[in-house]
Design a protein around this ligand. Structure first.
Ligand SMILES: Cc1cc2nc3c(=O)[nH]c(=O)nc-3n(C[C@H](O)[C@H](O)[C@H](O)COP(=O)(O)O)c2cc1C
Length: 346
C-alpha cells in the first residue's frame, strides 16, 4: 500500500475520525471559514457546476470559478453602448446580463452555489482599471462568497515609471472595492520587484487576501519549425519554491497578511509546507488535472497524518511556524543561502 493510499484509509477510518479531521483542518481565508486549506484554483475544471459538485464532494474547501476576462466584460458593455440598449444604469445592467458570456457566468455562480455546500469564489482576469468593475456587483448579487481578481499583466513599456505596474494593481482593487462588499482576493503574478510592499498596500486598500502566485502562459520555442509553441501547461514541483519564499517573507513582514499559495503543489506534504511558510490555504489545479478529484481526498489525508505525527491539533497551530520572523528562517529565504549554495559551486 502506498503512503498516499494509507492516508486515504486514515481519513475515512471511522465517523469519529472524520469529525476530528473536520475540526483539525479548519482554517480561514479572505474572511471565509474553510473546512480545510484546500481550495480548487480557477481553471477549466471549475467552469461547470457538475464538476464543482464533484470537487466539493471529494473534499475541496472552496472553489474558484474559471476566470471571466476583463475583455469579455468590456466587449459586451461596448456592444450594448453601441446598440443603445440602456437608458439608466439599472437597465444597462439588466440588458448587459441578458447578453452572452456574462449571463452564463452568473448562471455558473448560481448553479455552483446550489450544488455545493462550500464557498464559491468568482474570478475576473484583469489588466487595467476600466469599465468592467461593475460586473463585480452582478457577481455579488448572484451569491458568490468572494471575488478573486487575477491581475494578469506583463509590464513591457520601456518608458513605464518605476512603480506604475504595482500602482495598477492598487487602482484595480480600489475600483472593484467601490462596486462590491464581497471579500476581494488579489492573485498576483511572480513578476513583481517588491511583493511585500504591494501586498501591504493592497491590504491598506481593502484586499481580504492575496494568492501567491498566478501561473502565466509559458511560451516555448520549437527550434525545428523556428516558431513559438506553448510550454508546460501544468506546474512542476520546482514551481512551489518561489511561492514558499514570498509567503515566508510576506507572512512575517505584512501585518495580518492572509495568503494562499498557488503553484507547484503536488501532494498533501506540499500543502503542509505552504502552511508552515505562513499560508492559511492553497489554491491547486495541476495535481487535480493530473490525478483526478480523488487527489483532493488523498492530499487531505496526508495533511491529517502529518499533523497527527507531529502533534498539531489545528492548522493555526503550525501556520507560519517557519516564516521569516525568526532570523534563522529569514536566512533561508533571503540572500545568505545564495552565497552558501552557489558560492561554493563557482
Ligand atoms: C489549464 C489551466 C487553466 C487556468 N485558468 C486560470 C484562470 O482562468 N484564472 C486564473 O486565475 N488562473 C488560472 N490558472 C492558474 C491556476 O488557477 C493556478 O493558480 C496555477 O495553475 C498554479 O496552481 P497549480 O500548480 O496547482 O497548477 C489556470 C491553470 C491551468 C493549468
Amino acid at each position: 500500500m502506498s503512503d498516499s493510499s494509507k492516508a486515504v484509509c486514515y481519513y475515512h477510518k471511522n465517523e469519529n475520525s472524520i469529525i476530528t479531521t473536520m475540526e483539525m483542518l479548519k482554517t480561514s481565508f479572505a474572511g471565509l471559514v474553510l473546512k480545510n486549506p484546500l481550495i480548487v484554483s480557477s481553471c477549466g475544471l471549475t467552469n461547470n457546476a457538475d464538476n464543482n459538485a464533484r470537487l466539493a464532494q471529494a473534499g475541496a474547501a472552496a472553489i474558484v470559478l474559471k476566470s471571466v476576462f476583463e475583455e469579455q466584460i468590456v466587449r459586451e458593455s461596448q456592444h450594448l453602448a453601441q446598440t443603445g440598449a440602456h437608458t439608466e444604469e439599472a437597465d444597462y445592467m439588466q440588458a448587459y446580463l441578458q447578453a452572452g458570456v456574462l449571463n452564463e457566468y452568473i448562471t455558473l455562480i448560481k448553479q455552483s452555489k446550489q450544488r455545493c455546500d462550500i464557498p464559491i469564489i468568482a474570478s475576473i482576469n484583469c489588466n487595467t482599471p476600466g469599465n468592467w468593475e461593475y460586473f463585480a456587483r452582478a457577481i455579488e448579487e448572484a451569491g458568490a462568497d468572494a471575488l478573486e481578481l487575477n491581475v494578469m499583466s506583463i509590464s513591457t513599456d520601456i518608458e513605464a515609471p518605476y512603480g506604475a505596474f504595482e500602482q495598477r494593481h492598487i487602482d484595480i482593487l480600489k475600483a472593484a472595492r467601490k462596486e462590491t462588499r464581497l471579500p476581494l482576493i488579489i492573485k498576483l503574478g511572480n513578476n513583481l520587484s517588491c511583493p511585500v510592499r504591494l501586498i501591504n498596500e493592497l491590504y491598506a486598500n481593502g484586499a481580504a487576501a492575496v494568492v501567491l502566485f498566478n501561473r502565466f502562459y509559458h511560451p516555448d520555442i520549437d527550434i525545428d519549425k523556428m516558431e513559438y509553441t506553448a510550454g508546460h501547461i501544468f506546474s512542476e514541483p520546482a514551481d512551489l519554491s518561489n511561492a514558499l519564499r514570498w509567503t515566508g517573507i510576506a507572512s512575517a513582514t505584512v501585518k495580518n497578511a492572509n495568503i494562499a499559495v498557488s503553484g507547484g503543489i503536488q501532494n498533501g506534504k506540499d500543502i503542509v509546507k505552504a502552511i508552515l511558510a505562513g499560508a492559511t490555504a492553497v489554491e491547486v489545479c495541476s495535481a487535480i488535472y493530473r490525478h483526478g478529484d480523488e487527489w483532493i481526498t488523498t492530499a487531505l489525508g496526508e495533511i491529517e497524518n502529518w499533523m497527527h505525527q507531529n502533534n498539531f491539533g489545528s492548522i493555526a497551530s503550525f501556520a507560519g511556524k517557519l516564516n521569516a520572523k525568526a532570523p534563522a528562517h529569514a536566512d533561508n529565504l533571503e540572500r545568505t543561502q545564495f552565497l552558501k549554495y552557489f558560492g561554493s559551486h563557482l
